[in-house]
Design a protein around this ligand. Structure first.
Ligand code: NDP
Length: 449
């Protein structure tokens, strides 16, 4: 046994940190994990989980409308934001407890408080020093808001989850996952939403057809999309805000939410004292084994500059702990990571966008379909489902699968396995569909575009 207090000290109790601590402890390592804020990190407290609960809540608006075509008369409905938030908070508290039990059951010691590196083997928490043979930094990220006159008036997703009431009129700034998801949530809960994006079409990085489809659906729903638009200043005006835009116009709203990316949480962690190098974006630099510039200090999750997704952090933590304390079981692959944007309708996507595929393979075959889902026939909802397959003709491999429509995340998860297994277009063509579903369209698309 080493002279250190622990074999493995994890800073940060989010998805990645908890997974690494738990697996390391299961392998018999003496593990401590510290947390200054909340157990479960961003995903559980101010990210994926509460976001999806709000998406469910906001969907009832459409569901009540759709019910009528199926013969239902729904009584007068009303919505109570504070009840939703109280119930959501209760569920998060339960999950905080689950995370604590996971660590306890694995035998990892949880130390509450802010952990700061004082040298490359020591972490100090509230005046007490702990030594460890290996240290893992898994401190995650934090919303980042640009500096401009009046920026102190804006909220981020962190605060959006704890608003006392919904605004009447809101501006959501940004064109990534969070902005698109919150614009959809607020709109469906009855807020007048203006979504501003600095570029010509939001959701940069996604397939262009997907981006356009979501933009068309959002505009059709009544979300006021303003592209090539930026905020230049915000002035408080009583209970509302006067927001000046780059075209000189002014809009009055009662909430401005910024979702303009997240930065790695590294400030004040003592990384410089330990000799850990950062890149020019402030993320911790790591190699293929998540080793930092100090070989026995590791970093995973949103604090490194890879993919900011919970399942990615979970895999990184698991594989690292196996690698350090158990049997190295599998490699981490950052290729073909599926993801969903819980917009309304949602996006599910895996593999390359058409532009990326053309860059990589030159000529590619495109199959796409836009159709009215069966449910919309009786509900009368005017919302199209969009699907797209991108195929490398040389190998017949499907290299991109994209969908916008109900349950896109659920559907794409399964297709992601097929893609990982190297599925070809002829595998898709020889797979029998499940009828009547939307997903069957992926195995019946025959006409090239
Ligand atoms: P993203 O990086 O996805 O998007 C940031 C958006 O803000 C982009 O549209 C970007 O524009 C814009 N932006 C950046 N800086 C500025 C600026 N100074 N002024 C105006 N606009 C700006 O970040 P998010 O905050 O939406 O989410 C962070 C990450 O969290 C995501 O990348 C994702 O990995 C993860 N996440 C995943 C979810 C999921 O899986 N469903 C849900 C929520 C978050 P441009 O495109 O021009 O750079």
């Amino acid at each position: 046994m080493s002279d250190f207090d622990y074999d493995f000290f994890v800073i940060g109790c989010g998805s990645g940190g908890v997974r690494a601590a738990r697996i390391a402890a299961n392998h018999g390592a003496r593990v401590a994990v510290c947390e200054e804020r909340y157990l479960g990190g961003t995903c559980v407290n101010v990210g994926c989980i509460p976001k999806k609960l709000l998406v469910y809540a906001s969907h009832f608006h459409d569901d009540f409308e759709d019910a009528s075509g199926f013969g239902w008369t729904v009584g007068k409905s009303s919505f109570d934001w504070s009840r939703l938030i109280a119930n959501k908070n209760q569920e998060i508290q339960r999950l905080n407890g689950v995370y604590k039990r996971l660590l306890d059951n694995a035998g990892a010691e949880l130390i509450l408080g802010r952990g700061v590196l004082v040298d490359d083997h020591s972490v100090e928490i509230e005046g007490k020093r702990y030594t460890a043979e290996r240290i893992l930094v898994a401190t995650g990220g934090w919303p980042s808001v640009p500096e401009f006159p009046g920026c102190e008036h804006v909220i981020t997703s962190n605060e959006a989850f704890y608003l006392e009431h919904t605004p009447t009129r809101a501006i959501v700034v940004g064109g990534g996952y969070i902005a698109v998801e919150f614009a959809g949530i607020f709109h469906s809960l009855g807020v007048d939403v203006i979504q501003l994006y600095r570029g010509s079409l939001f959701l940069r990085g996604f397939d262009d057809d997907v981006r356009q489809h979501v933009a068309d659906e959002y505009a059709a729903k009544g979300i006021d999309l303003r592209f090539n638009t930026e905020v230049t200043r915000i002035d408080k005006d009583g209970d509302s805000y006067a927001v000046t835009l780059n075209d000189g116009s002014e809009v009055d709203v009662d909430l401005v939410m910024y979702a303009t990316g997240r930065r790695p949480l590294t400030a004040g962690l003592g990384l410089d004292k330990a000799g850990v190098d950062l890149d020019d974006k402030g993320a911790i630099k790591v190699d293929d084994n998540w080793q930092t510039s100090v070989p026995h200090i590791y970093a995973i999750g949103d604090v490194i500059d890879r993919i900011q997704l919970t399942p990615v952090a979970l895999n990184e933590g698991h594989i690292l702990a196996d690698f350090l304390f158990g049997e190295p079981a599998r490699d981490m692959s950052y290729e073909n990571v599926p993801s969903a944007v819980f917009s309304q309708p949602p996006i599910g996507s895996v593999g390359l966008a058409e532009g990326q595929a053309r860059e990589k393979y030159g000529d590619v075959h495109i199959y796409k379909s836009s159709f009215n889902a069966l449910k919309n026939t009786l509900s009368g909802r005017n919302e199209k489902t969009f699907m797209k397959l991108i195929v490398d003709p040389a190998s017949d491999r499907v290299v991109g699968i994209h969908m916008v429509g109900p349950e896109a995340g659920e559907i794409i998860q399964g297709f992601a396995v097929a893609m990982k297994a190297g599925a070809t277009k002829s595998h898709f063509d020889t797979t029998i569909g499940i009828h009547p579903t939307s997903a069957e369209e992926f195995v019946t698309m025959r006409e090239r575009h």
